[in-house]
Design a protein around this ligand. Sequence first.
Ligand code: IMP
Ligand code: MG
Length: 195
Amino acid sequence: MAIKTQRANRNNAPIPSGTERVKVLLTHAKIQKRIREMAKLIRKDFPNEPLLLVGVLKGAVLFLADLARQITGEVTFDFIAVSSYGKDSRSSGQVKLNKDLDSSIEGKTVIVVEDILDTGLTLRYLLRILQQRKPKNLRVAVLLDKVERRLTDVTADYVGFAIPNEFVVGYGLDYAERYRNLPDVRILSLPGGNH
Ligand code: IMP
Ligand code: MG
C-alpha cells in the first residue's frame, strides 16, 4: 500500500489530512537536558581518557552530534552501518554489516552510540564484532530504550529515556527513511495499526 507523503509539522498541531499521525513523546528541550546529563556521566566514568564515539548509521547521527558537543576533553568519532534482514526486518536477528569503521579501535575507549535499543539483536551483533577488536573499554549509550521488546540480555550503560512499546520517529529515527529531521521524538501511528 502506498503511503501518502506529507510534511510533518513542527508544533504538534494535528496533521489535517493523510494517513500518518505523529504525537510528541519527548521534546527537543527534554532530549537536550538529558544529553547534557549523559555526557557528564560518561566523562565521570572516564575522566582522563580520549573517547571514541562510534555512531550507528543513520539513526544515531543527531544524537551523536549533540552528545559529542557536551562531552568535555578529547573526543573523536567514527561510524558503522548495519541492517537487519529476514522476514521481519526489525527483529529477524540477522544483522549485516554495511559499512565498517574507518580505523582500528584496539586499545581505545569506545562508546557505541545508538538511537534506540529495541529487541537488542543489532547491538548484540555490534558488541560481538567490536569486542573481538580488543578495545580498552567498550560501552554503549542509547537515547531510547524499549525495555519491553528485549529478546536478548544486552543492556546499555547509558540510557537517555526508557520508553513504552510504541513506534517512534524523529531526532534521527525514521519510518521508511522519513521523519529523521524532526527535532523531537514522536509516536507514529498509522491507520489500522502500526508497522
Ligand atoms: P533492535 O535490533 O531490535 O534492537 O533494533 C534496533 C534498530 O531498529 C534501531 O537501531 C532502529 O533502527 C530500529 N528501530 C527499533 N525500534 C524503532 C522505532 O520505534 N522507530 C524507529 N526505528 C526503530
Ligand atoms: Mg538504527
